[in-house]
Design a protein. Structure first.
Length: 383
C-alpha cells in the first residue's frame, strides 16, 4: 500500500474539518501547505522516498474533473467488465465474513487475491449498502485494480470511471484523484508508480479507512513478533499469553470508546484508530523488552511511588469538567472509569503472566514500566 502517513495524514484530515473556512483559498495553496508538511517529515527523517513520490503525484489536478466524470459515467461498461458486473449483481448481498476487499486486495501477510477482490468489488458495487461494505470499497477497489493492472488488463478509462463513482465518499479531492489517474495514463509519472485510494486523504471517512489499513498491515508484523516470543515460552506461559492478549484487546477497545482524547469531528474515528495502533505496538514492545529483562532498575519503593503518581493523575483526569453529551473523542467520567477498569484487569494479568513467562525479569521493574505508560495515557486524556 503506497500512502502518505504521519504528519501529512493529520494535515489532510485537519483540512477536511476546515473546508468551510478554506472554501475561498486556492487549492494550490492548500497543497503547498501539504508540501511544507512533507518537507518537515523529510527533515525529521520521517518520510520515505515512496511517500515523497506519492506526495508529488498528488499534485496532479484535473480542473475539469466534473466534465471528465460526466463523460466517463455516460459510457457503458465494456463487454468483459459488464459481464463480471452482471455476475456480481446476481450474487446475494455479502454477509459478515464475506468479501473482505481490504484483505483480498492488500493480502495482509498473504498473497493478494485479485481475482476474488474483483468479484467482491463488483458485488459491493451492486449492493453499496451491504453491511460488509465500506463506502470506499466496490468502485474504489475497482479503480485500483484497473489502474494497476492487478488481476485484470490495465485500463485507465475504467479506473477513471470507477474513481468517479467513488465521488465524494473518497473526500473532497476528486480533482487530484482524477488528475493523478490521467497522469499515470499519459506517462507523466515514473513507470511502476501505483495508484492507491489512500494517496490523498481529504475527509474523516478516508482517514478512518486508511488508518484501518495501516493497522491491519502493522498487525501482520506484530503477530510475527509475538509468535517469535511465544516459541520460547512454556506451555503454561503460552496459555497465559493468550489470555493477556484478550485483556489487551479489551483495554484497547475500552480506551477507543471511552478515553480516546483526540476530539470529535469527522476525523475522530481515524485518529482513534491511530491511537489504538500505538497501543498495539506498545504491547508488543513490552513483550519484547520483558523477554530480555532489559528494563530500568526499580525498587519496591519506586513501584509504589509510581502507583501513587498514577492515582493522582487519574483523580485529576476525573476532575476535569466533562460534557456527557460531547461527541466522540471527548472522554467522559464514565468512559474514563470503564477504561481504567479494563486497564487494571490487564495490569493484573501482566503481573501474573510475567513471572511465569520471564522468570529473570525483576517484577518491580516490569510493574513500574507498565504504570509509567499508563500515567502517560491518563494525562493525555486530560488535554
Amino acid at each position: 500500500m503506497k500512502t502518505l502517513r504521519g504528519l501529512s495524514d493529520i494535515f489532510a484530515l485537519a483540512i477536511s474539518a476546515c473546508v468551510a473556512q478554506l472554501a475561498s483559498v486556492p487549492r494550490a495553496a492548500i497543497w503547498s501547505g501539504a508540501l511544507m508538511v512533507l518537507t518537515t517529515q523529510i527533515a525529521l527523517g520521517q518520510a520515505t522516498t515512496q511517500s515523497a513520490s506519492n506526495a508529488a503525484a498528488a499534485f496532479f489536478e484535473e480542473h475539469d474533473w466534473q466534465a471528465v466524470c460526466s463523460r466517463a459515467l455516460a459510457n457503458p461498461l465494456p463487454p468483459k467488465a459488464a459481464e463480471v458486473a452482471r455476475s456480481g449483481s446476481g450474487q446475494p448481498v455479502p454477509v459478515a465474513g464475506e468479501c473482505d476487499e481490504q484483505a483480498l486486495y492488500y493480502g495482509f501477510g498473504k498473497s493478494p487475491d485479485y481475482e476474488t477482490a474483483l468479484k467482491c468489488a463488483y458485488r459491493h458495487r451492486a449492493d453499496p449498502n451491504a453491511p460488509t461494505n465500506s463506502s470506499l470499497e466496490g468502485a474504489g477497489t475497482l479503480a485500483m485494480l484497473y489502474a494497476n493492472g492487478d488481476g485484470v488488463p490495465r485500463d485507465y478509462a475504467l479506473a477513471i470511471r470507477f474513481a468517479c463513482e467513488v465521488g465524494g465518499n473518497g473526500g473532497s479531492n476528486e480533482p487530484e484523484r482524477i488528475g493523478r489517474l490521467e497522469a499515470l495514463r499519459d506517462g507523466k509519472l515514473p513507470a511502476g508508480t501505483a495508484f492507491d485510494l489512500c494517496d490523498e486523504q481529504m475527509s474523516g471517512a478516508m482517514g478512518a479507512y486508511c488508518s484501518e489499513l495501516d493497522e491491519r498491515q502493522a498487525d501482520v508484523g506484530r503477530a510475527q513478533r509475538i509468535a517469535a516470543i511465544r516459541t520460547h515460552l512454556s506451555q503454561r506461559a503460552q496459555a497465559m499469553l493468550a489470555a493477556l492478549e484478550e485483556d489487551e484487546n479489551a483495554f484497547e477497545e475500552a480506551r477507543m470508546k471511552g478515553e480516546y482524547p483526540g476530539g470529535g469531528g469527522s476525523g475522530s474515528a481515524g485518529f482513534a484508530m491511530e491511537d489504538r495502533n500505538r497501543l498495539r505496538e506498545q504491547f508488543v514492545i513490552d513483550l519484547e523488552r520483558f523477554s530480555t529483562a532489559k528494563l530500568p532498575r526499580a525498587s519496591a519503593a519506586t513501584r509504589q511511588q509510581t502507583q501513587n503518581e498514577l492515582d493522582t493523575a487519574y483523580t485529576a483526569a476525573l476532575a476535569v469538567p466533562r460534557d456527557p453529551n460531547a461527541p466522540f473523542g471527548n472522554p467522559t467520567v464514565g468512559g474514563l472509569k470503564a477504561t481504567e477498569a479494563a486497564w487494571e484487569k490487564l495490569y493484573e494479568r501482566w503481573m501474573a503472566f510475567a513471572p511465569v513467562a520471564f522468570p529473570d525479569l525483576p517484577q518491580d521493574a516490569a510493574a513500574t514500566e507498565l504504570l509509567r505508560l499508563r500515567i502517560h495515557q491518563v494525562k493525555k486524556a486530560t488535554y
